[in-house]
Design a binder for this molecule. Structure first.
Ligand code: BGP
Length: 462
């Protein structure tokens, strides 16, 4: 069978500044939380590998962009690093950082690739972290200033902006589960940081609209549908509703509808962790909703009511437990379930519950450990598993679009292998292999030619 996508559908790739760029001599970059964390606790990072040189995009961006073009990538989403664009604590522009991003834009333009810029991808400048990160409302103001600065610097060339990537992961990782700095477990502090992140996003949108730049602005959320067992009872369904509130709707509703779900406020109030919100802040959130949504999707959440009472500190897990079942399809490298139909469910949910707002898949992809196993004699990774993964997700996405969901693109994470936070280079996601042992040289994998075929024909075939 053949699945046809529209002529204007965007076939893109997604990456982020901290995971791709690395550093160069005299770049004037300030430390972000990742630089600091690696310097102070390198043992937390897989294989002891830190954020340098990532994929060496700083030195090699021309070759990487050319290789993406060759793999059929027609739009590229990355993130500007706040810590690269300011050079001191007063927020003075780092001209060297500006030159770098302008050069990247020149190259994308030369190759006919549409740039899409996100303003924050887990990378708080250490200066602002020391002031409390998003627990401090001042950081939200500073973020809005930085956003305005970016619109001024690049707004004539970039038509797609996104405020944050996966804000809920910043909260889970930093304030609940310990996989991001500051790695504490304190739901009350997390709830406050989450509230200020939403406020920062809405403030940045307000600044964008005031700038009168052409283009659109959105946010990237990792939407993780919750599924109960078929024989689920009321308690299981209630648990699924709570996970949806905490992990999805906490940013989705205020970003798209300008309002927090009542049930979420009640839940946080009942735990004594509902942040105090001023009327003016709520007005800013209410009046500055997104033009479009980026949706990162990797895996679903299988949810049941707890069978035992929760005894640890307050965490979302107080309200649910996850279940597994026979025949669950897994990406064993990452430990994530593969469930393609969720993309369809997301498409329908956005269509029916969120006013059919324009959206795109801003990340989806498959990270695999020790891909050297699949190298053929010519040094090409035969990643048929990746081709199958992408194809099967696209089929379900196609069904959602056919049924009216307003999805305008699919962006693969990541077109080239990149550095994955505390997982460093454990799992590789690229269509293009980055040989970290050999000066970050590039080698297209088998999936690159396949992706090019899909992107040029706008068609997926069984
Ligand atoms: C998303 C992040 C990306 C990327 C991806 C893959 O949550 O937005 O930055 O890292 O997940 O996950 P990982 O790198 O942990 O394997």
């Amino acid at each position: 069978m053949e699945y046809l996508f529209g002529e204007n559908f965007m076939w893109g790739g997604a990456s982020s500044g901290p995971q791709s760029e690395g550093r160069y001599e005299g770049d004037g970059k300030m430390p972000s939380v990742w630089d600091y964390w690696y310097e102070t606790e390198p043992g937390r990072f897989f294989g002891g590998v830190g954020p340098e040189p990532a994929a060496d995009f700083c030195h090699n961006y021309k070759n990487i962009i050319a290789a993406m073009k060759e793999a059929g990538i027609t739009s590229y989403r990355t993130s500007l690093q706040w810590s690269r664009l300011i050079k001191d604590r007063e927020g003075t522009v780092n001209e060297e950082g500006v030159r770098f991003y302008q050069a990247v834009l020149d190259e994308l333009e030369a190759q006919g690739i549409e740039p899409m810029f996100c303003l924050f991808h887990f990378d708080m400048p250490m200066y602002w972290m020391e002031k409390g990160g998003f627990e401090n409302r001042e950081t939200a103001e500073a973020f809005a200033d930085y956003a305005e600065m970016c619109f001024g610097l690049f707004g004539d060339r970039v038509k797609y902006w996104m405020t944050f990537n996966e804000p809920i992961v910043v909260i889970e990782g930093g304030y609940l589960s310990g996989f991001h700095y500051p790695a504490i477990c304190d739901a009350k502090r997390g709830a406050l940081a989450a509230y200020h992140m939403q406020l920062a996003s809405s403030m940045a949108i307000e600044r964008f609209r005031r700038s009168e730049k052409e283009g659109k602005i959105g946010i990237i959320l990792n939407l993780t549908p919750s599924y109960c067992r078929e024989e689920a009872g009321t308690e299981d369904r209630k648990a699924a509703e709570i996970t949806d509130l905490l992990f999805n709707r906490s940013f989705l509703d205020p970003s798209v509808k300008g309002e927090y779900p009542k049930a979420l406020k009640e839940l946080l109030r009942s735990e004594g962790i509902l942040p105090k919100a001023s009327e003016e802040d709520l007005r800013v959130i209410h009046s500055n909703t997104v033009d479009f949504l980026g949706v990162n999707y990797y895996h679903p959440r299988r949810v049941a009511a707890r069978s035992t009472a929760w005894e640890g500190p307050l965490m979302p897990e107080k309200y649910y437990e996850e279940y597994t079942f026979e025949g669950m399809k897994m990406n064993t490298s990452r430990g994530w379930e593969i469930y393609e139909k969720a993309l369809y469910d997301i498409a329908v949910n956005i269509r029916d519950q969120y006013g059919n707002i324009p959206w795109y898949v801003s990340e989806n992809g498959m990270g695999v450990q020790e891909e050297e196993r699949f190298l053929d004699k010519n040094g090409v990774v035969e990643d048929d598993y990746r081709i199958a993964f992408i194809r099967d997700h696209l089929k379900w996405l196609h069904k959602g679009i056919t049924e009216g969901s307003n999805c305008f693109g699919y962006h693969l994470w990541c077109p080239f292998d990149c550095w994955s936070w505390i997982n460093a280079y454990k799992n590789r996601y690229g269509l293009i292999r980055v040989d970290t042992e050999d000066g970050c040289s590039l080698q297209p994998k088998r999936s690159a030619a396949w992706f090019k075929q899909v992107s040029s024909s706008h068609k997926v075939s069984d």
